[in-house]
Design a protein around this ligand. Sequence first.
Ligand SMILES: O=P(O)(O)OC[C@H]1O[C@H](O[C@H]2O[C@H](CO)[C@@H](O)[C@H](O)[C@H]2O)[C@H](O)[C@@H](O)[C@@H]1O
Length: 385
Amino acid sequence: MELKSNHSSPLLTDPIPVNNSRLGIHSNLLSYQQSGGSLPSGKYMTIPRKKPGKLEDAWSNGWLEAMRSSSPPRKKLIKHKDFNIDASADDFDIAYGTWMIKYPSALKSFDKISKNGKNKKIAVFLDYDGTLSPIVDDPDRAFMSDSMRSAVREIAKHFPTAIISGRSRDKVYELVGLTELYYAGSHGMDIMGPVRHAKSDDHPNCIRSTDQRGKEVNLFQPAGEFIPMIDEVLKTLVENTKDIKGAKVENHKFCTSVHYRNVEEKNWPTIAQRIHDILKDYPRLRLTHGRKVLEIRPVIDWNKGKAVEFLLESLGLSDRDDVLAIYIGDDKTDEDAFKASFQGIKSGLWNIGVLSSQRKQGIFLSEGTIRGEEISQGIGDMEDA
Ligand SMILES: O=P(O)(O)OC[C@H]1O[C@H](O[C@H]2O[C@H](CO)[C@@H](O)[C@H](O)[C@H]2O)[C@H](O)[C@@H](O)[C@@H]1O
């Protein structure tokens, strides 16, 4: 599949654009209403009353193409006049060189970021997979290096630092192992953060708890009511994919993932079809797409971006003009944070994208909403992981 390099790509944005989802599944099945049907539990939660639409012809609708886009073929790009590309470089190197022109390394702007952060309160938000750890075949073996752990520990000595992951909070804590951080698991639907400075009646699902060190924290789980449903779907998914070699279902408590990285490509249609068949019976669940993974999540208006806003608010850092937030991420789901955190704070935000392909590593920069989306799209164009 030739990946598109502009915003008309089939990659999923969230909320899902009509007829343009990453999986190409009919938008009625995936979309959720932004208004109406809210639960009494708070302003952030919106539950759909719509029945899912009939799946349009999945085959012609491009979802399989989107699954393949997690591993796009190399493509030839035209040589840029300002960039000296080795004539013997293979297609990927040429593509990478051209791509770096569009997405320059964030390290080159380090001085700019430092100047920007002078006399400001800085908060750091980090994605886990592909950002702190390399992308590997076995999700249970995605370990971060000791030097990365030391770097994160060092950051947390100076600034409030949070991990915002698609994994369950327990799992990501087990992998990172640093008690001094805040953790948001399940794409932000399970947050253990500081005791809130904000008005407590804003978030009724927020309860007081203690962390691993016995310190008082706030636990916020906006999708708590979905746990039995997710559990049920998880069991069905495990049962219905057990004959597909390489398929792996992961339990994140508030959402669940089906990995197809180790599944032969000829079996990808079977996986997607089976998930679709299961989801037909669950209009309150939706499907999103990550790196060779399909994720089943509750239809609530909550994501990594909302988690960043929630944490900033809990830290007493929202609605201030002396705050600089830094978000580092590598995947489509991080776009929610790129966007929402920018809207949520009045002062500075730096979004740093991480390219963690199997062949090239890099970090690059964006300084606003549009660039945030573009950057994730850029990763989509470039990644082979
Ligand atoms: O939000 P993140 O912390 O980036 O988590 C996103 C997903 O990461 C994991 O899957 C991805 O990484 C695996 C290990 O490198 C890789 O094998 C898999 O193909 C990737 O999709 C995790 O297993 C998922 O549950 C997370 O949703």
